[in-house]
Design a protein around this ligand. Structure first.
Ligand SMILES: N[C@@H](CCC(=O)N[C@@H](CS)C(=O)NCC(=O)O)C(=O)O
Length: 226
């Protein structure tokens, strides 16, 4: 259902929490160099922001609105990156299309980022990192820690021979996978990285657009000690 709380400006608007999946969208916006509005919130916004669920009934981030009347409303970080890359295709080279030979790979990395890499991390986050809130289930966290380690294999093999994931250039697939690796470092799962994964992540984090995006909302870091 469309919300009546959305603004109607033409600039896209993003609701963001520091170091959450909405970082993928901020990073894409910064790479594209377009104007946008961002609202930073403390995590988790369904508890910290009054009426956030009236805006986004899932209560999650990212929440993204675009269109003259705010008619485009999206909640999936990778889909939003794809939308932005395609909408601003004339000013960037960050997407692939069906005519590109790496197109299958490109789609596979886009889906791999959340379905295969971020998924086990969310269990570690919930049952290990949020232990202070009484959510600890060590066995579950340990199982998904090992699951994550095993799921890095394909990426590790690929990066032995490639600097970026597709078409030998930076694309939104690198944003999608790069965030999953960044999250792993926050959860101290980076001990599972092969040298080529560590080097790839470092390469991505050196990008000025990543650095600008990652600084936004830092004052609301839920893990300020890290
Ligand atoms: N598949 C969605 C997942 C969105 C999601 O679960 N976001 C997390 C933050 S990384 C969230 O908002 N969690 C807060 C909550 O569940 O209350 C995406 O990739 O954007």
């Amino acid at each position: 259902m469309k919300s009546s709380l959305v603004n109607t400006k033409v600039k896209p608007k993003l609701w963001h929490c520091y170091n959450s999946r909405s970082l993928r969208v901020l990073w894409a916006l910064e790479e594209l160099g377009i104007e946008y509005d961002v609202e930073t919130m403390a995590f988790p916004p369904r508890y910290t922001v009054e009426k956030y669920k009236a805006l986004n009934s899932l209560g999650t981030v990212p929440f993204f609105v675009d269109g003259v009347n705010g008619e485009i409303q999206m909640t999936e970080s990778v889909a939003i990156c794809q939308y932005l890359g395609e909408k601003y295709q004339s000013t960037n080279n960050m997407i692939l299309s069906v005519v590109d030979s790496d197109y299958g790979d490109y789609l596979n990395w886009l889906y791999h980022s959340d379905a295969t890499l971020t998924f086990p991390q969310t269990l570690v986050l919930r049952y290990r990192a949020f232990a202070a809130q009484g959510c600890t289930q060590q066995k579950t966290a340990d199982d998904y820690d090992a699951w994550f380690a095993a799921r890095l294999t394909r990426l590790s093999e690929h990066l032995l021979h490639h600097e970026y994931l597709c078409a030998e250039r930076f694309t939104i697939a690198d944003i999608a996978i790069g965030f999953s690796l960044h999250l792993a470092t926050l959860l101290q799962l980076d001990g599972h990285f092969s040298p080529q994964i560590s080097a790839y992540l470092l390469r991505l984090k050196h990008r000025p657009a990543f650095q600008r995006a990652q600084a936004i909302g830092k004052e609301l870091d839920p893990f300020p000690q890290k």
